[in-house]
Design a protein around this ligand. Structure first.
Ligand code: GLN
Ligand code: ZN
Length: 759
């Protein structure tokens, strides 16, 4: 019978126990011993849970207090010099200083950078290296966790981040090439392997997701050197784990590496199955990533059983492992917690625990176990019922998407004409000022929302409070002298959840938490059915806000790509199609706003860039449908309606054509930290539409000096036409306090006025 295992498990806990323990420790309400005890309990609980669910072996060292890439850096002593003293005196404090910064009487340490782990919404801490870096094995954590699991009676497989992926994910402070550090890194990294072998480890899982990326010759060579060295050095049996996509052109390389086993992703890349089977050397273990580790749907046995038979026809059972496609870090713990979901949705879901249970059934079915076979037959019926459910397939929505024509993605006229019409309509001064949408969400506002949700605050009271917030935001903006106002978004908890809750086809879990970074978790909505908009979503608030002022009020929507990207998406329709459904729902909202007299509408797309596929060859297809979805949303609006978009955290160089094709009348972007460098892409492209490069870094409570903002405006004016430039902060202000926002925005307006006077 095939062996059932998994590459990693969510560490945050089904009730976010780790989050609570971390935050209590950071606040000083709990000791390090308390924190470490909670962490140990969670590890034990999760190993036990997966064993009960049917896993034959468990990974260890997939757990991290904050982040597994930071752990990998610490394991080879890649601790930047500025944290060293603190780390030497208190390793836990040093670890968290790297993760989140540290300020006390003696230290003022910034955190290391953080960025997205491949194309997931998980953020890792970027290791910071330099030429001449000295590495040293620091195997204490991985060995201790291995011993813990063995002592608890588990068949345990330590996980290490592979040296090549580790270096590719790192940054160097001196511009040297991180892969140039491979020879320095390997001895230390092999020291970890040695320590594990000495502790009794038999298999070691080495994660090299970089093998699913486009690789240059130097990187391919680094892979060869790493695994040749490892094979010559150690008797450890290595499971080389690849995930988040297919090996494609790297398949030959992956199978040529002298390791005992290979894990491949057959959920994202089922098409690679035959090629992998053809290329796999005899005697090698194949870990088949059969069920989707990135999504929440119960698998369809009608699809997977034939795949499993193909595998078994070519790989003997004792060499075949069944696993989720990637670590289960990216899904919540247990779908059995979700009892309140409408209809049958709860039955359709498979979170981490269920996925291991599914693999158990598939494995048991291979030996003809009757109960497993019967359970899989039932599972197929459930999936089939889901795909045919009237909540999932709505003929009206399907017909509307089918009815889209190239015309649907068009504004009535080109930008130049629209700009003239809009200039006439709004009569804005040059260098108009605006904000990105949200205003501070105060403690009172958040607790009122929680009380309202819990049924402890009546609708009327809550509504009155929100209206007061809108009035305050409008009054504030008028006093500060802003030109285009916003209502401030006090009614929104989250920019995706707020819209998802008002759309058909979206469901929300109670405990479906997924780690975003450190103690931060998100609860992604689940798009389970065709998306439609039963009623207007934002019109009442926007109209109310407009009634309070003579100045133009900007309506505020979350764009279709972001609505998709930050959700779990159904797996029975192409993402492009789901995105078009959302775009049509939002288009109706844009038109309703327009009819309500709102002249400016902003459609936020902060997630557009992060949706880019891992392989360059797939970029264009994605950008085509993503841009088209935005254009459908904005399509058909009058020339006099000014459509804005907002994209933060973005690097534009390689997507500027797509951004230009969105053809928003105005785009606001985040530029204050990079000191306007991000504008280069726009100027090189000769982008003519309006741009608001952020002049106020809202990620920090610091109030920028007027001189700093003036300097940024001056830089922007060096490369942009004055008629093009808008003045605004980097992003929404909801995480900030009113006092600092007041000072910063008054300063921003003063800077804009001074710059206008000099034009
Ligand atoms: N309109 C949203 C806000 O101001 C935009 C948030 C974002 O870009 N992440 O909060
Ligand atoms: Zn933003």
């Amino acid at each position: 019978m095939p062996h059932v295992t998994y590459l990693g498990f969510p560490r945050i806990g089904r009730r976010r126990e780790l989050k609570r323990a971390l935050e209590a420790y950071w606040k000083g309400d709990a000791s390090s011993a308390d924190l470490l005890a909670t962490a140990a309990t969670l590890r034990q609980r999760h190993w036990q849970l997966t064993r009960d669910a049917g896993a034959d072996s468990v990974p260890v060292n997939d757990f991290a207090l904050y982040d597994h890439v930071l752990d990998a850096a610490v394991a080879v002593d890649a601790i930047p010099a500025r944290y060293r003293a603190l780390h030497d005196s208190d390793p836990l404090a040093g670890y968290f200083a790297m993760a989140r910064g540290h300020q006390d009487a003696r230290h003022d340490l910034h955190a290391l950078e953080m960025t997205k782990w491949f194309d997931t919404n998980y953020h890792y801490i970027v290791p910071e290296l330099h030429a001449g870096q000295v590495f040293r094995a620091n195997p204490a954590k991985v060995v201790a966790e291995y011993r813990e699991a063995v002592a608890a009676g588990h068949r345990a497989r330590p996980v290490l981040l592979g040296p090549v992926t580790f270096l590719l994910l790192s940054k160097t402070v001196d511009g040297s090439h991180a892969l140039g550090l491979l020879d320095a890194l390997l001895p230390a990294w092999l020291g970890l392997v040695d320590a594990l072998v000495a502790a009794g480890a038999d298999w070691i899982q080495v994660d090299e997701p970089a093998l699913v990326l486009d690789l240059d010759a130097g990187t391919r060579d680094a892979f060869r050197r790493t695994y040749d060295t490892l094979a010559a050095h150690s008797p450890a049996k290595v499971l080389l784990a690849t995930y988040f996509g297919g090996l494609e052109g790297n398949l030959g390389l992956a199978v040529s590496l002298p390791v005992a086993g290979l894990h491949v992703d057959l959920a994202r890349a089922p098409g690679q199955l035959d090629a992998v089977l053809d290329a796999l050397p005899s005697g090698r273990v194949l870990s088949a990533g059969l069920v989707d580790g990135r999504n929440v749907w119960l698998s369809d046995p009608a699809t997977l059983l034939p795949r499993l038979e193909t595998l078994r026809a070519r790989v003997a059972d004792e060499r075949l492992w069944l696993a989720p496609s990637c670590s289960l870090l990216h899904v919540p713990v247990d779908a059995a917690e979700e009892k309140q979901l409408p209809g049958d949705i709860a039955h359709w879901l498979s979170f981490a625990r269920q996925k291991i249970g599914e693999l158990r059934l598939y494995a048991d079915a291979t030996r003809g176990a009757r109960d497993a076979t019967a359970a899989l037959t039932r599972q197929h019926e459930v999936v089939a019922a889901r795909l045919a459910s009237a909540d999932v397939v709505r003929p009206d929505v399907r017909a509307r998407v089918r009815g889209l024509t190239p015309q649907s993605s068009q504004r009535r006229s080109g930008y130049a004409h629209r700009a003239a019409v809009q200039r006439e309509r709004f009569g804005l001064p040059p260098l108009p000022t605006t904000t990105i949408g949200s205003f501070p969400q105060t403690h009172e506002l958040r607790s009122a929302r929680a009380a309202h949700r819990a049924g402890k605050l009546g609708d009327a009271e809550y509504d009155a409070l929100l209206r007061e917030e809108v009035r305050r935001a409008v009054r504030f903006q008028e006093e500060a002298g802003l030109d285009v106002l916003v209502h401030g978004e006090p009614e929104r908890n989250d920019m995706v959840e707020y819209f998802g809750e008002q759309l058909d086809g979206y469901a929300f879990t109670k405990n479906g938490w997924v780690q975003s970074y450190g103690s931060r978790c998100v609860k992604p909505p689940i798009i389970y059915g065709d998306v439609a908009r039963p009623a207007a979503m934002t019109v009442a608030w926007t109209r109310y806000a407009q009634s309070l002022t003579q100045r133009p009020m900007k309506g505020m929507l979350t764009g279709p790509v972001t609505m998709l990207q930050w959700s779990f998406v159904r797996d029975d329709l192409p993402r492009a199609e789901v995105c078009r459904q959302i775009a049509l729902a939002l288009r109706d909202e844009v038109h309703d706003l327009e009819r309500a007299g709102i002249g400016i509408v902003q459609v936020d797309e902060p997630a557009l860039r992060e949706g880019l596929p891992l392989r360059r060859a797939d970029w264009q297809a994605y950008l085509d449908w993503a841009v088209d979805a935005f254009r459908i949303t904005a399509g058909g609006t009058s020339d006099a309606t000014q459509v804005h978009t907002h994209m933060c955290y973005s690097e534009f160089n390689d997507i500027i054509e797509a951004v230009a094709a969105m053809d928003a009348d105005v785009i606001s972007i985040e530029t204050s930290r990079s000191r306007m460098e991000l504008l280069d892409a726009f100027t090189r492209f000769q982008y003519h539409n309006g741009i608001g490069p952020g002049v106020y870094d809202i990620h920090s409570p610091r109030v920028p000096a007027e001189a700093e903002m003036a300097e940024l405006v001056a830089r922007a004016l060096q490369v942009l036409a004055p008629g093009q430039l808008w003045i605004n902060p980097d992003c929404g202000l909801k995480t900030r306090g009113w006092k600092e926002v007041g000072e910063a925005l008054r300063g921003m307006v003063a800077v804009a006025r001074a710059a206008r006077a000099r034009l």
